[in-house]
Design a protein around this ligand. Structure first.
Ligand code: SRM
Ligand code: SF4
Length: 571
């Protein structure tokens, strides 16, 4: 571990350069120098090691099996078929585990070794996609509703998100010098960073744009959320603004908690950039730089007061918030299959379990999507691939004549799991966790399919097999699958052991709460089984499971839903 604090590393980095060039050139190790491991995040990459072989390598006195994860900056997760083909080729050439769709609509490549890093970065940029600021204490990839049916609004909101993403990029040329061989010019390492300053933000920062009735981006989990408000004619009037959402927590530390964002008012589209910049710079100046675990915007707001924060944002932006408009979310999951947009074009949402696209164990999703991308690329028009914030994939903007051939390929390559899968299986999320995530305490992505098998059996016993139920698994309490917004969540505590959380709604508007702590699979299933029985017997009309457990008093949620209550264990 580096002896320098993250704040020192940022300050002394020469605007994110550090000694990255020397680290990359060092042939003796597959790792970077310690401080560079922090800095490379701002370039969109993490140094990791294969945790499946960590102990064995330690026994053999070998250094860990280092490799790098690379994450793209793809606002709203939109790419063309031509870009898809290039990303596929990059994954096939340099990465170990195919393509991965993240819960923020980015692509991740895992298992890129150090000597291939630069070539991989260059290939990504050659596809006109970059990875700048995909990680680190800056604004991250902006999430945008994948919305297939309100096509015109999607286009307007997507354009707004892309402009905002660009506006909030760091000004440093380090990325271009290190990865793309841009010549160093005078002032390199001292560039003015008007938005971020020399130490960037105290912590990561996340923005999402939702378009009701879908809350697929989980707008209340974002540091800053924009909820589109439409006029009667379907045009975009502006946005309700939500601030202070976040999921991350640490087991056993009451100072950290997931939090639902507060809706603070309405702004028109032309004020989005000014408001976002003011929120970011206020957080830059007011955020807690002494205690990293308390550095997210949600804690700044709780520590300094929502009213004070709002007043400062209005002062800095010169924009006054109007009263928030009514909004109504129906769900925070994806809707699968074909849907027609209001522009007459067709959109197909495919289920991709945990966003993992690869050819392995008889699955040929990478090959299938390659065929589809090649077909669409040859067809012309304006087809798009859109990654959804639920790790799924939308093939957008097709005309009627293209549907049959795409359907054939979807079936040929087994990409039609949304047709046969249970509602539970279609919406379940899991974060990456083992073997690549350095913070994982338990399995998530690799465990999801078998856990769903067993949960389905229990649901079937109660005649609930066709019930819509949102399940999310995270390998640790950081909450990358946004588990605290699931009706049922498993949050990793130790290998094979999870905290069982219950009682979020299905719209992303209420957090769940801890029901049982540190239990194994058998106990989880045996705990849920009688609750399913009670649900069948006592539910009112089409009441959802998450709503039932709260109404029935099985879990108690505080009245604002903004925070889980002190951990009340029900044995
Ligand atoms: Fe995350 C850290 C993966 C979305 C909260 N997250 C990590 C790291 C980088 C582990 C690390 O720091 O060493 C994980 C890399 C695993 C790997 O091998 O790929 C990781 N996070 C992911 C992804 C890939 C999960 C996925 O299955 O899709 C998501 C990438 C999103 C993207 O494209 O940018 C991902 N992470 C999230 C989300 C969900 C969201 O943003 O909508 C959250 C909860 C929202 C939030 O930020 O509050 C989230 N990740 C965290 C945290 C906790 C932050 C906190 O406030 O405490 C960490 C740990 C940290 O930052 O120290 C973390
Ligand atoms: Fe890793 Fe934890 Fe995030 Fe899962 S929730 S990817 S285990 S940091």
């Amino acid at each position: 571990m580096s002896t320098h604090s993250v704040e020192d590393i940022k300050r002394q980095s020469g605007r994110l350069r550090g000694t990255l060039l020397a680290s990359l050139a060092n042939p003796v190790t597959g790792a970077l120098a310690e401080d560079d491991q922090t800095l490379i995040k701002y370039h969109g990459s993490y140094q990791q090691d294969d945790r499946d072989v960590r102990d064995e390598r330690r026994r053999q006195k070998l250094e860990p099996d280092h490799a790098f994860m690379i994450r793209t900056r793809t606002p709203g997760g939109v790419v063309t078929p031509a870009q898809w083909l290039k990303l596929d080729a990059i994954a096939t050439t340099y990465a170990e585990r195919g393509l991965r769709i993240t819960t923020r609509q980015a692509f991740q490549f895992h298992g890129v070794i150090k000597r291939d890093l630069k070539a991989t970065m260059q290939a990504i940029n050659a596809a006109l996609i970059d990875t700048l600021a995909a990680c680190g204490d800056v604004n991250r990839n902006i999430a945008v509703a994948a919305n297939p049916y309100l096509s015109r609004v999607h286009a307007a909101v997507q354009a707004q998100a892309e402009a905002l993403s660009k506006h909030l990029l760091p000004n440093s040329r380090a990325y271009y010098e290190i990865w793309l061989d841009e010549d160093k010019i005078g002032g390199s390492g001292e560039e003015d960073e008007p938005i971020y300053g020399a130490t960037y933000l105290p912590r990561k920062f996340k923005i999402g744009f939702a378009v009701p009735p879908s809350n697929d981006v989980d707008v209340f989990a974002q540091d800053l959320g924009f909820i589109a408000v439409l006029g009667d004619d379907g045009t975009l009037l502006g946005y309700n603004v939500s601030i202070g959402g976040g999921m991350g927590a640490t087991h056993g530390d009451a100072e950290t908690y997931p939090r639902i964002g507060d809706v603070i008012g309405f702004v028109s589209p032309e004020h989005v950039i000014a408001i976002a910049e003011a929120v970011v710079t206020t957080q830059r100046d007011w955020g807690n730089r002494a205690v990293r675990k308390r550095a997210r915007l949600k804690y700044t707001i709780d520590d300094r007061g929502l009213g004070n924060f709002m007043t400062e944002v209005e002062r800095r932006s010169g924009v006054s918030f109007s009263e928030a408009q009514a909004f109504d979310f129906a769900h925070n999951a994806d809707r699968f299959g074909w849907q027609q947009g209001d522009d007459g074009l067709w959109h197909l949402t495919l289920r991709i379990v945990s966003g993992r696209i690869w050819d392995r164990d008889g699955v040929r999703h990478l090959s299938g999507l390659r065929r589809i991308a090649a077909r669409l690329d040859a067809d012309g028009g304006a087809p798009e691939f859109r990654l959804t914030p639920n790790q799924n994939l939308l093939i957008a903007n097709l005309d009627d004549s293209q549907r049959a051939s795409i359907d054939r390929l979807v079936v040929e390559y087994g990409l039609d799991t949304h047709v046969s899968a249970s509602p539970l299986r279609k919406t379940a999320l899991a974060c990456v966790a083992l073997p690549t995530c350095g913070l994982a305490m338990a399995e998530a992505e690799r465990y999801l399919p078998e856990f769903v098998d067993r949960l389905e059996q229990r649901l079937a016993k109660h005649g609930l097999d066709s019930n819509d139920l949102h399940l999310r698994i995270s390998g640790c309490p950081n909450g990358c699958s946004r588990p605290y917004l699931a009706e049922i969540a498993l949050v990793g505590k130790a290998p094979g052991r999870y905290n069982l959380m219950l009682g979020a709604d299905h719209r992303g508007q209420r957090l769940n709460t801890l029901y049982r702590e540190n239990i194994d699979e058998t106990t989880i299933l045996d705990t849920l089984d009688p609750l399913f029985g009670r649900y069948v017997a006592e539910r009112i009309d089409d009441e959802r499971f998450g709503d039932f457990v709260v109404r029935a008093g099985i879990v108690s949620i505080d009245s604002t839903g903004s925070r889980t209550l002190p951990l009340e264990l029900i044995a």
